[in-house]
Every structure is written in C-alpha cells, then in structure tokens.
Design a binder for this molecule. Structure first.
Ligand code: GDP
Ligand code: IMO
Ligand code: MG
Length: 421
C-alpha cells in the first residue's frame, strides 16, 4: 500500500486540517513533512474549533499515530503550548506523537532575523508569518542548524550559544535591537518539555510502517503556489510544499507514494504579499472574505480573495501528480449571481493557458468563464446529490478543465459538513 499525500494546491489555507481530520479514520498514521508554526490547520467537531500549527491533524483520533517529520521546523515554545492545550482537553499526546530527531529547531533569534529581514525589505517584504521559518531553513541548508536529536547531547548549550553568536552578528548588521533573556528561558523550558516525548528516527519508523502495510497519510502545509522552487518566488515559503517534499521530509521512497489528494477552495485566497492574478479588490472580494471568514488562522491577517485560477491549479496538479481533488468552501459561493473561473491569461498580447516565469514585473490578465450561481444554503446538506444544479455544473466544469475527479465537496468547517462523491 502506498503512502497517500494530501496537500494544498493554492496559496495555503485551503482546508487541509479539516480534510485530514475527516479522512484520518481511514489511516493509522498521519505525518507532517514540511513547514512549521507558519501553518495554521483548523478542524472542527462537536461545536469546537481547534487550530494546529506543528502537530499533525490526526491527533484527535484515538488510534492514529502522528509523526512530525524531519522536513518540519519546530519552535519548542509553540510546540509546548500546542501540546499543553491538547493535554488540557484530555488528548493523550504522549502515546500518539512521534518527533523526528532530524527535524530542525527554530531559535528565538531565527524569529528576530525573520523580522529584521522583513523590515529591511520595506514595501518589497514577503509578508512572512514572522515565525522564523526562512532563517531556520537557511541555517539547515547552510549546515549550521540545530536538530531535535541534538537536545540530548551534553554540548547542546554550547552549540546553541555558538549559533546565537552568529545570529547576533547578523542582527547587528540589520541594526535590529532585541532582548533574549525572557524568551531564551521559555525556549529552554520548551526544549526540556520536548524531551518527554518520543523523539525517534522518523525515516526508520515510517519505512517500518510501510513494510507492515499500515495506511499512511502525509499532511502538507502551506500550498503548492508557495513552494520554494515552483511558487511565485520570492513571495513563497522556504520549503518544498509539493508531493516531492513528502519524500524528503519523511524519508518516503518516491515509488512508495500512493494517491495524491489535492485540495482547493472553490475560489482563491492568499495571505501575505506576491502576485495573485484573480484577486478582487472590490465588493465581491470583500463579500468572499466576509462570508468565508477569510482571516489567517496563525496571524489573524485578512486574506486576499479572488476567483478560482485554473492555469495556476493545472500547474499545481502537474507538479504534484494529483490523482484526486477535494473542493472546499463551496457553501461560501451561495448567493452569488455569477461565479467566475479564470481559464486563461492574457500575457504580452497573447492568450495563454499556463503560468509564465515572471508575473511580478509583467502581470497576467485573467480571462474568465462565467457560470450561473445558486442561492441554496448548503451547510446542512448530507448528500452530494442534493447539491443545486448550478453547483453541479460548476463541479463538472472544473473536473473537465482539470481532468481529475473531485471526490469530496466541503460545505462548512465541521467534520460533518463533508459530502463524498
Ligand atoms: P489549512 O491551513 O489548509 O488547514 O486551512 P485553515 O484552517 O487555515 O483555513 C481554512 C478555514 O476554512 C478554517 O477556518 C476552516 O474552519 C474553514 N473551513 C474549512 N472547510 C470549510 C468549508 O467547507 N466551508 C467553510 N465555510 N469553512 C471551511
Ligand atoms: P497553512 O499550512 C497561508 C505565507 C505567508 C507569506 C509566505 C511566507 O496554514 O496553509 P513564511 O512565514 O513561511 O516565511 O511566510 O507564505 N504562508 C502561508 N499562507 N497558509 C499557510 O500555512 C502559510 N504559511 C506561510 O503569509 O506570504
Ligand atoms: Mg492555514
């Protein structure tokens, strides 16, 4: 049995947390493979909304083992808070959570460096979540980083101090003033806290599970259009958010990948800076934000909203090898007279159906196909056959354009508001 991968096909916040939670009864193992506390994955059941940042979204299921893979970057302060909150709710995190020893650690000074770098960019800033993601991955690839396995070594403090000294020099270059005293104490408390958990060789564990025929789902963070290689660089995150990231971020052999489940919203959103061809800076965009409660789960920032972008989705489907699609937030589109879908771009006087290299200096203009809207409240539906005819037309149109079946339509944030097709 292959390892299935579930990931976002747009700019993040597609609803990965909800769908992983919905699908988790079908899996024994849920594993995060990249990103860190920049992620905010929401899931809702029994009237309560939970937001996870570092912990995989299978943590609420009793028989699910949850792995934080080597490709993830961990802030011990955030992870401790996240775990304590779950424990207070009675979730048995100790027995269900495994942390790869090869996962890199986010230091407080990585967060300062993130802030200093963004401040230095002025209007060109990335719009980072300021969780220290970029600087931590820079230290990983620069071969300076500290990993979870290092916390058990007697010289860990020295290695920490050595890295902080380097960061201090860099922060001096930025002329960034900071005070480490309190936050450093909190960080080392977090480190001690993590030691109680199962810190393991994640790649061995996951391959053992593969040999045993366990069902495994890899949970992506961010979205394909924020990928460090294939996103709208430099307005991206610092990891590979695509299917290939599941191989490097967990130690899964590429030939062991099974289904790739790609998630997209019925429209599009983006938080932070960077190109967004179908963005609506008008009342329609405002209406989407309001009805869709489009505010970041991690930073609370308003998300930019627009119509669905099919050239961008086709690109993400190609790079990821998507085999199944999941459409989220269909309920948010109820009450629009017309729904628009961007099928092509106008670019340098030509009509094209792909995303060109540089849309930052040379923007594309979306070409739209219009579809009749619907008015029905979808949030209480229990069967996909009850979906209004216009929405079924929209779904059929998307399936034809994207050439992949849409297997789930989500009509609300709760577990129950999920229609299987
Ligand atoms: P993730 O980062 O991909 O896990 O997505 P987020 O949790 O950041 O953002 C998705 C938001 O949409 C959350 O607030 C979810 O509770 C909510 N949500 C998920 N699915 C649906 C849906 O089908 N309809 C509506 N209205 N909200 C949804
Ligand atoms: P989930 O997993 C949406 C965006 C930030 C910024 C850019 C770089 O919840 O979908 P970073 O902090 O990584 O250096 O920020 O990426 N970003 C996200 N946008 N959802 C996320 O995660 C995101 N994680 C990062 O807004 O534009
Ligand atoms: Mg999110």
């Amino acid at each position: 049995m292959g390892v299935d991968v579930l990931l976002g096909l747009q700019w993040g916040d597609e609803g990965k947390g909800k769908v992983v939670d919905v699908l988790s009864p079908n899996y024994s193992v849920i594993a995060r493979f990249q990103g860190g506390p920049n992620a905010g994955h929401s899931l809702e059941f029994n009237g309560i909304k939970h937001v996870l940042h570092t912990i995989p979204s299978g943590i609420f299921r009793d028989n699910c083992c949850n792995i934080i893979g080597n490709g993830v970057v961990i802030d011990p302060i955030v992870l401790k808070k996240e775990i304590v909150k779950l424990q207070d709710m009675g979730v048995k995190v100790e027995s269900k959570l495994f942390i790869s020893k090869k996962a890199h650690l986010i230091l407080p000074t990585h967060r300062f460096l993130d802030a200093a770098s963004e401040a230095s960019k002025g209007t060109e800033k990335i719009g980072s979540t300021l969780k220290g993601i970029g600087p931590t991955y820079m230290d990983k690839t620069g071969r300076n980083g500290l990993r979870v396995g290092d916390i058990f070594h007697h010289d860990f403090r020295d290695r920490y101090n050595f890295l902080v000294k380097k960061h201090d020099d860099l922060l001096g270059f930025y002329d960034y003033k900071y005070d480490l005293t309190e936050v450093e104490k909190e960080w080392f408390d977090g480190i001690e806290f993590i030691k109680q958990f199962q810190c393991i060789d994640g790649e061995h564990l996951i391959n053992q599970y593969i040999r045993e025929g366990k069902s495994i789902l890899a949970e992506g963070a961010q979205g394909s259009l924020l990928d460090i290689d294939f996103g709208s660089y430099p307005f991206v995150t610092s990891s590979n958010t695509i299917t290939a990231g599941a191989c490097t971020g967990l130690g899964i052999p590429p030939n062991k990948i099974g289904d790739v489940i790609g998630i997209f919203k019925a429209y599009a959103t983006r938080v932070g800076s960077g190109p967004f061809p179908t963005e609506l800076n008008d009342e329609t965009g405002e209406k989407l934000r309001k009805i869709g409660h489009e505010f970041g789960a991690t930073t609370g920032r308003p998300r930019r909203c627009g119509w669905i972008d099919l050239p961008a989705l086709r690109y993400a489907i190609m790079i990821n090898g998507v085999t199944k699609l999941v459409m989220m937030k269909a309920d948010v589109l109820s009450g629009f007279d017309t729904i628009k879908a961007c099928t092509h771009y106008k670019y340098r006087g030509e009509i094209i159906d792909y995303m060109p290299f540089d849309i930052i200096h040379d923007p594309v203009i979306p070409v739209y196909h219009e579809i009749a809207g619907w008015d029905k409240d979808l949030t209480k539906l229990t069967n996909a056959n009850e979906l209004p005819k216009e929405l079924q037309n929209y779904i059929n149109f998307l399936e034809m354009e994207l050439n992949i079946p849409i297997i789930i339509v989500s009509v609300g944030p709760d577990r129950e508001q999920t229609l299987m097709r």
